[in-house]
Design a protein around this ligand. Structure first.
Ligand SMILES: [Zn+2]
Length: 78
């Protein structure tokens, strides 16, 4: 298992996620983002807006995803 927090995954808080693959951890952070979105959490709304802007540009989104995946791969197992 590896650990990344919400902020590291484009979010806004220190909540940690644990998963074996980047796809899995990205999914967990997305789900958490949605929950915070529903709670109208201001910081997460802002972070999600930024992510949505990034998603408008497929190349930028791809770069972001690759970069985060590398970060995940470089983490020690815990
Ligand atoms: Zn968060």
């Amino acid at each position: 298992m590896k650990t990344m927090n919400c902020k590291q995954l484009g979010g806004a808080c220190d909540k940690e996620f644990h998963a074996d693959s980047f796809e899995e951890i990205a999914e967990m952070s997305k789900k958490h983002g949605m929950e915070m979105f529903q709670k109208n959490d201001e910081l997460h709304l802002k972070a999600m807006n930024e992510m949505q802007e990034l998603m408008q540009k497929p190349e930028a989104m791809k770069d972001w995803f690759e970069k985060k995946k590398k970060e995940f791969d470089a983490l020690p197992e815990n």
